[in-house]
Design a binder for this molecule. Structure first.
Ligand code: DC
Length: 673
């Protein structure tokens, strides 16, 4: 279910299939800027279309660069030879660090007047070290907000001709990237010395490789000093292809490792220049099986099925390492991710955000200034109470909780994508503000849904006494699936209300009660708040009371998450009125099971007699007709055949025939594993 505020990912059973990655953000934005600064026209293919690249494209157009889109992901950029046509512009750069830092450097070394600003979070991300280095070269840059942070106002540079500048390497590698990309705009030889340990070195590799493709070779001494010699000029290489995004690949590699695989990812492989491809090594250490070719990778879960915790320095894969933090939920032992201080100055404080949200799903988390330690669930997989589900044997990952309020994403695309993986726990996952993935991967959730297989649901809806309960139960038994008798939840709530003196018309009180009651099904037994409920649940009075409260929207809402909790591996058969239309709209098979009112009254009569209860056919018929009319006429989730549901009229069928029909339909529709 999708809304503007959240997306509900159903509990996932497995992951397999093939995806083609969108283009890399880091490479797209570097190539776009280099093409704009170069001499000649560059045809760039497979560009990532996302918020961050849109910001770069907008900025280049504003600066007067000719940018022509010739296909969905193809752009023709005619370079300005380092002189932007527009030398007075106001650039809005969102939260795109890969646009903000390099544009700052390129514009600061030109002779125009520019203002650069972003979203509030961008104004909290440091840029002082880059500004200092640029000032040493003669740039005139003012902070218009807080000292050391965007927004910035840039005035024409008064170049100093100095041959050496220093820049810190331990806050963001983007400072060095930005400087290096701008240096060919000068007419002198400049050496950049890196102060402090250079973090995220693989991103510098990308920068150097891209500059090389545009004809500028940077001379370097290890990771300490980089020199661009006088006379270096960017020349268009003609056509450039953007590799798939290796950071985005991490979510699918992780999905295959957790969800079985084989999952094939096309767009990055052993030929990739992106450091994040080494995420695959980390996942291998956790036990995943990964094979790769030049531009593809394929992943399967460990043969044992169990992932192992790791203790790792993640400095070389800062972005993809976030994915490891969530994989740790599924690993045996305690995972420590070290040397990740840069997480604190990214889209959000990622260490704090990750720790908070991992705790919400029940993990034990320790955080330090530059590390995070996560204890997975597999080492202590006993001693927790039974959730919904009819006596299911729960696997260890079912300890992963789905916080009712959802996972918060802090306007950080990686938080949203990471936590989609938590849906491999038994309960599914609600992700708040999912549209933040547009920063790097607007189609993420759709692509993720294509290669992950949700716990299948068979929805059987129909009127009272149509036999759907018996049919559903038998189908569940045959398949070894869980069974949800949703009508029983309404009956139990009505019973709980009567017991605690709540009026059946008091919508708010009923909704509160619904959130509070503890319901447990175990075989034939039904338990309400710790005591077993007997035949009173099956009386006509209980049914009529249930029908009454079922017309109240708040009651239906309050019971929704209780019904979702029954969806557990290996599958669920759910019966009710709105299983297909509201509760499990993504159910694999939807059946609308009905019979004439007379046939249903006859069946109910026999059922009650068998249980030794009092019954009268005429009264039963009247009851059924009254209930039909209330259930079909209520305004919220009225009883009706869902659009995709198959109609099964059982008036002339026995139970066995109806069960066989449903099973046969399911064989046609069930997901192939
Ligand atoms: O299936 P049943 O007779 O046990 O259901 C009792 C009442 O609960 C029924 O009259 C309508 C209501 N109900 C509902 O509105 N939605 C469901 N999914 C299941 C039952």
């Amino acid at each position: 279910m999708t809304s503007h505020e959240f997306i509900d990912i159903p509990p996932l059973l497995s992951a397999h299939g093939t995806i083609t990655l969108p283009g890399s953000k880091s490479i797209s934005n570097r190539i776009l800027l280099l093409a704009a600064l170069a001499q000649g026209t560059t045809e760039i293919r497979d560009v990532l279309i996302s918020d961050d690249t849109e910001r770069m494209l907008d900025a280049l157009r504003t600066l007067g660069v000719s940018v022509e889109q010739f296909s969905t992901t193809g752009f023709r950029v005619t370079g300005c030879c380092g002189q932007f046509a527009n030398n007075d512009a106001n650039l809005l750069l969102g939260n795109a660090g890969t646009a903000f830092r390099p544009l700052t450097a390129a514009l600061a070394l030109s002779d125009g007047h520019y203002t650069l600003s972003g979203v509030p979070r961008m104004h909290e991300r440091p840029i002082g070290d880059l500004v200092e280095a640029l000032r040493a070269l003669g740039a005139n840059i003012d902070y218009t907000g807080n000292e050391g942070y965007p927004p910035l106002e840039i005035f024409p540079a008064t170049l100093t001709g100095v041959g050496k500048v220093a820049v810190r390497g331990d806050v963001s590698s983007q400072f060095l990237t930005a400087l290096l990309m701008a240096l060919p705009l000068l007419n002198s030889t400049v050496t950049v010395e890196v102060i402090g340990e250079l973090i995220s070195k693989p991103y510098i590799e990308i920068t150097l490789a891209m500059m090389g493709r545009f004809g500028v070779i940077v001379q370097r001494e290890g990771w300490c000093s980089f020199t661009v010699v006088a006379g270096s000029r960017y020349m268009s290489p003609g056509v450039m292809y953007v590799e798939g995004d290796a950071s985005s690949a991490s979510y699918f590699l992780a999905a295959g490792a957790i969800g079985g695989g084989p999952l094939r990812i096309e767009g990055v492989g052993s030929d990739s220049i992106q450091g994040d491809v080494r995420f695959a090594d980390a996942l291998r250490q956790m036990g995943a099986r990964i094979v790769q070719g030049a531009n593809w990778m394929e992943v399967c879960a460990p043969l044992s099925g169990k992932l192992r915790a790791i203790d790792m320095d993640c400095n070389h894969i800062p972005d993809a390492a976030m994915t490891l933090a969530v994989v740790a939920l599924f690993a045996e032992g305690t995972t420590t991710l070290r040397n990740i201080a840069s997480w604190r100055v990214k889209e959000t404080d990622r260490i704090a955000a990750m720790a908070t949200e991992l705790r919400k799903v029940g993990a034990t988390v320790e955080e330090g200034s530059d590390f995070i330690r996560i204890t997975g669930f597999r080492i202590q997989d006993s001693g927790f109470s039974k959730g919904g589900g009819s006596g299911s044997s729960l696997n260890p990952v079912s300890r992963i909780l789905n916080p009712g309020s959802g996972i918060d994403t802090y306007d950080d695309h990686r938080m949203a994508m990471c936590f989609s993986l938590a849906a491999f726990g038994a309960q599914g996952m609600r992700i708040n503000d999912p549209t933040c993935v547009a920063k790097t991967f607007p189609e993420y959730f759709a692509v993720f849904a294509r290669v992950t297989q949700a716990v299948p649901v068979i929805a059987i809806d129909g009127p009272s006494a149509s036999g759907k309960g018996t049919v559903a139960q038998r189908v569940a038994d045959t398949l070894g699936y869980h069974y949800l008798d949703s009508g029983a939840l309404y009956r139990l709530l009505a019973l709980a209300a009567q017991r605690s003196g709540v009026l059946l018309s008091d919508e708010s009180a009923l909704a509160k009660l619904a959130a509070k009651i503890e319901i447990c099904f175990s075989g034939e037994e039904v338990w309400l708040d710790g005591t077993q409920v007997g035949n009173e649940l099956r009386t006509e009075e209980a049914g009529a009371a249930a029908s009454k409260i079922a017309a109240l929207p708040k009651v239906r809402d309050a019971l929704l998450s209780k019904q979702h909790a029954f969806r557990r591996a290996p599958g669920l058969v759910a019966d009710g009125r709105d299983m297909a239309s509201v509760v499990f709209p993504d159910s694999v098979l939807q059946v609308f099971l009905t019979a004439s009112a007379q046939a249903r009254a006859d069946r109910r009569y026999k059922q009650l007699k068998q249980k030794g209860m009092d019954a009268n056919i005429a009264a039963l018929l009247q009851d059924i007709e009254a209930r039909d009319s209330r259930d079909t006429q209520r305004s919220v989730a009225p009883l009706q055949q869902a659009t995709g549901a198959i109609l099964l009229d059982t008036t002339a069928l026995n139970i066995g025939q109806a069960v066989d029909f449903v099973l046969a339909q399911y064989q046609l529709k069930r997901p192939k594993n």
